[in-house]
Design a protein. Sequence first.
Length: 99
Amino acid sequence: MSDLAKTDGAFIRALKQIRLQSRAVVILHVPTNAFLTCLKARELIDQARIPAGRDIIGTDHWREPIEGLEVNNMETPPPPPPPDPNAPQSIPPPAKTLD
């Protein structure tokens, strides 16, 4: 938190470097005991006009399930449909032997 208060601190210098990259995004990995520091850091990131997000680590009580959303679905996909009998037939490649 003390480094965030410094105008020439490492965090501010890093933000200046990140801002030079047009497609940069800042992701804060936040332990549950550092949420106030995260809020201050996010305020500085917003002032620098850099897109940002956060990932709260260390506990699951911050997570909330989203109904109807599946991630990393481990089920096997359904079988492909049977071939169409009216589809054009492919010509087999020539044999790789001498006549």
